[in-house]
Write a protein that binds this ligand. Structure first.
Ligand code: CA
Ligand code: CA
Ligand code: CA
Length: 178
């Protein structure tokens, strides 16, 4: 059972998608339901420091629920209102990146605006760090992630660059070329 150790950069797309699923399956029972999505949105909101009844909080919650409905619509083959690991991995292991992008778009847009505190349409290094520090991510790891994401080396993250990052979280880095 040493898969973690052996994985590194060569782990398969299925393994990546499965790991992304783990992030959502908070109680670890092998399926994800609306309660877990709402709990995740809640956690995200608190990391961004959003007040419980603020407009931004509500937008984030709504975008999460919409994303969930979309996923459920596409993935819940058995119709039990839950997405199982198998449904999730089967779908996203070979999903068309364009489909993933479309699914992600509204949610990613909301998150981008939350990251972009000064509203200049870019996520600067300090905006990126500020958020990740709240999650307790070590500074050098944040730096490394930022540099990797800033593919055009502009010193900040465009919507496109951040989008790749978020898609990686939720769908296991679709289209990443290893
Ligand atoms: Ca679960
Ligand atoms: Ca900014
Ligand atoms: Ca950039």
């Amino acid at each position: 059972m040493c898969r973690e150790m052996a994985s590194g950069h060569v782990e398969s797309q299925r393994a990546r998608v499965s790991k992304a699923f783990d992030l959502m399956d908070v109680d670890g029972n092998g399926e994800v339901g609306i309660q877990e999505i709402e709990a995740l949105a809640q956690r995200l909101a608190s990391r961004f420091g959003l007040a419980a009844n603020s407009k931004q909080h509500e937008e984030l919650r709504q975008a999460s629920v919409d994303l969930w409905r979309d996923l459920q619509h596409q993935l819940d083959q058995s119709g039990d209102q839950k997405i199982s690991r198998k449904e999730y991995v089967d779908f996203y292991a070979d999903a068309d990146p364009a489909v993933i992008r479309r699914t992600m778009e509204p949610f990613a847009g909301i998150l981008f605006n939350l990251f972009d505190v000064d509203g200049d349409g870019k996520v600067s290094r300090s905006e990126f760090e500020r958020y990740h520090r709240a999650w307790g991510v070590p500074a050098d790891q944040i730096e490394g992630t930022f540099d990797k994401l800033d593919t055009d080396r502009s010193g900040d993250l465009s919507k496109e660059e951040l989008h790749q990052y978020l898609a990686g979280f939720i769908f296991g880095e679709p289209g990443s070329k290893g």
